[in-house]
Design a protein around this ligand. Sequence first.
Ligand SMILES: Cc1ncc(COP(=O)(O)O)c(C=O)c1O
Length: 390
Amino acid sequence: MKNLLEREKELFLQTYKRIPLDIDYGKGVHLISRDGTRYLDFFCGLGVNALGHAHPGIVAAVRKQIEKFAHVSNYYITDVQLEFTEMLLEISQMSKVFLTNSGTEAVEAAIKAVRKIKGSEGNILSLSNSFHGRTSGALSLTARKNYKNGFEPLLPNIQTIEFNNVDDLQVKLNSSTAAVFIEFLQGEGGINLISKKFAELLNELCKKYGIPMIADCIQSGIGRTGKPFAYNYFDAQPDIVLVAKSIGGGLPLGAMLIRGEYENVFSYGQHGSTFGGNPVSCAAGKVVLEEIFYNGLMNSVAKLGNYLMTELNGIAKLFPSKINEIRGLGFMIGIEMADTCTGFVEKLFEKKVIINCTDRNVLRILPPLISTKSDIDFFLSKFHEVLKHL
Ligand SMILES: Cc1ncc(COP(=O)(O)O)c(C=O)c1O
């Protein structure tokens, strides 16, 4: 009898290097394997499961919605889409929405929107080390070469600004620029935070030249950093905000949020999606937003995120030859190791803790937003143990 991974190899395009875990079910912050072992899931389905696994509120909302209808198409407006959108717009202080299924689709919608607004000529700017998705438009903005190699030609008129380099920003952002896409806290790129100086200049130049600023908050969004969006830590006001991942609580959901002069960018038929804003996903999304913003979860993330950061910095001081730096905000933290971190992820996995490694040597911690101090303490103790014995 072939095992799971052997069967996977036979059946799937080999795009994912799977983790050898035979998952039976998830509950709260844990994944439970078929042999009954409990793993602390601080990977969180790649920053998706904000309320953990099998959250009773999500289960009930999804069940209630699917018993009514799962899908009717966007030829109709449904109460559940409206209610979810009202909450999302209130939280984000944006004025209009386009709902998608995923992050990369939200990015594609924004690329089309800025081309419609600014025409085909000007450059769209993104930052070095950025990640904006895998579809061809989003991939064009994704600066990291390893994702793009072999897939060119991609979109023309895309330019990269060096991360946090204000001189480069000053040179490349000018009156002929079409738009700037920015992750204020980069995820895949290694949990890199934009500097205050860079954010302020970016905001100033975008205003001065009337250039749309698009904040990609797909990974850092919606409460994960201890504020609704990573840009809330800066004096910056994006014109378009992109969210996905956690807003569906595990169901596929994303959004392009838009405000001000750009809100009427599309007319009937110029953009669309069969499944975008699926009613079942929106039902789950309502529970996610309620818990994070109206039932105190975001405040808990801010508080516990500070605790996690302080404790990690304390541990880092004990192992200066192994840890270069701890960085991030709230529950989106990167631990830059002196060397490659894949072996470290495996050792933590043996201790029943799941995190991942990004940008070769950055351990990425994305706890579910429902994590408690005792979950964090469990993680910290296992992390410390692995460091001692590596
Ligand atoms: C910042 C950012 N933008 C866009 C995406 C693409 O999202 P999706 O995988 O849902 O298409 C990701 C995914 O990791 C991301 O982190």
